[in-house]
Each structure stands twice: as structure tokens, then as C-alpha cells.
Ligand binder design. Structure first.
Ligand code: 5GP
Ligand code: MG
Length: 193
């Protein structure tokens, strides 16, 4: 199949590519193998945190030859801005029962950690047998309450990134790679970084 040609507008908006599609897919092979070993013989309940983790979750799922149940949790913490508002709101609750289950929460990026700390509190109360966290990206910044993810695909510098599920004003999620946006993109939306 020929490679997708993105409209020049989308590719043109990027300043720098931090992670290529090949780097991402190779790293997911490793991560998938690690999870396969860790969860061998156990049923897994994967919870994908919407919306940013959909590409990561979909690519991981296909690498797990385990019995996996999938649910999605809707959380909003950025409200279309590039800085964390410090509040999280549940926009879609779970429909699977997680009591006594091996639960793996999958999220796009660990920045301040506030979102995942809240999710850990919420899910912890539901009585899972185990509760682990996988993040596609972890920013090299101090995290809230020493939150540590169990699986991290990549550690990146403290820059605002888009692609592979991550958005700016709900756009760029469809890029199969990760990069930063040109300052002109923010200027044209009147939003200061
Ligand atoms: P935290 O609660 O860890 O500060 O923020 C986590 C959420 O903020 C992520 O799930 C993501 O939605 C958003 N976020 C944090 N950093 C970035 C970034 O560099 N790019 C994008 N697009 N979203 C980010
Ligand atoms: Mg998120």
C-alpha cells in the first residue's frame, strides 16, 4: 500500500519530528513482549484513556496474544489549551466491571501526573486485583506525588508535542509520528505557549 500523503498543511505545521513512525513501532514491539511476559497466563483489562491514547492502545492491543478486555475512560484535563488546567473531569465512565481484575491503564502522556493520580484514586476504589499504568510518553519534568508509570514507551524533553494520538485543538492526532509545532501555528490561534 502506498504511504499516506498528508496535505502539505499538516506536515508543514511541524517544526521538528521527535519520534518517527519506525521508532515508535519498534519500541512497541519491545513493550508488547514485556507485557506479554508480565501478564502471561492472566486475563487483562485494558483501559484506554480517551482520546489521546487511542493509537497507542490500538497498536499495543494487536501485539498482546492474551485474553484482553478493552474499555475506555473519558477524561478531560486540558480543555483545548496547552497548559494543564489542574482539574480533571470524567466525560465517559467505564462500562466493564474491574473488581478483582488485572487492570492496565493506557494513556498518551505523563506530564504533571495529575490526570493519572486522579485515575489511580478512582480505579483503586473499584477493587482491581492489580492496577498498572502504561504511558506512551513521559516528559522529563518532576511528576505529581512521585507518580511512576509501570511502562513508558519514550521519555521526551519538556516540549508540547502532537501526533500519534496527541492533539493541539483536537488536530494532528492522526499523524503516525510525534513532533513539535511551529510557533506560527500557535500564533495563528492566538494561544500563548
Ligand atoms: P498531566 O495530568 O500529566 O499534566 O497531563 C496529562 C494530559 O495532558 C495528557 O493526557 C494530555 O492530554 C495532555 N498533555 C500533556 N502534555 C502534552 C503535550 O505535550 N501535548 C499534548 N498534545 N497534550 C499534552
Ligand atoms: Mg489525556
Amino acid at each position: 500500500m502506498p504511504a499516506i500523503q498528508y496535505s502539505p498543511g499538516v506536515r508543514h505545521d511541524l517544526e521538528e519530528i521527535l519520534l518517527t513512525e519506525t521508532q515508535i513501532q519498534r519500541r512497541l514491539d519491545e513493550l508488547g513482549k514485556e507485557m506479554e511476559r508480565d501478564y502471561a497466563g492472566r486475563d487483562l483489562t485494558m483501559i484506554a484513556v480517551l482520546t489521546g491514547s487511542v493509537l497507542f492502545a490500538a497498536d499495543l492491543l494487536r501485539r498482546l496474544p492474551l485474553q484482553v478486555r478493552l474499555d475506555c475512560l473519558g477524561i478531560s484535563s486540558y480543555h483545548g489549551q496547552t497548559r494543564s488546567s489542574g482539574e480533571v473531569t470524567v466525560t465517559k465512565s467505564l462500562h466493564l466491571d474491574v473488581r478483582d481484575r488485572e487492570v492496565l491503564v493506557v494513556d498518551d502522556i505523563l506530564d504533571t501526573g495529575l490526570t493519572l493520580v486522579r485515575i489511580r484514586e478512582m480505579l483503586g476504589k473499584l477493587g482491581p486485583r492489580s492496577l498498572k499504568f502504561a504511558v506512551f510518553l513521559e516528559k522529563e519534568v518532576p511528576h505529581h506525588e512521585n507518580f511512576r508509570a509501570d511502562y513508558v514507551a519514550f521519555r521526551i524533553p519538556n516540549k508540547f508535542v502532537v501526533g500519534y494520538g496527541l492533539d493541539y485543538l483536537e488536530r494532528y492526532r492522526n499523524l503516525p509520528y510525534v513532533g513539535t509545532l511551529k510557533p506560527s501555528v500557535y500564533e495563528s490561534h492566538g494561544s500563548a505557549l
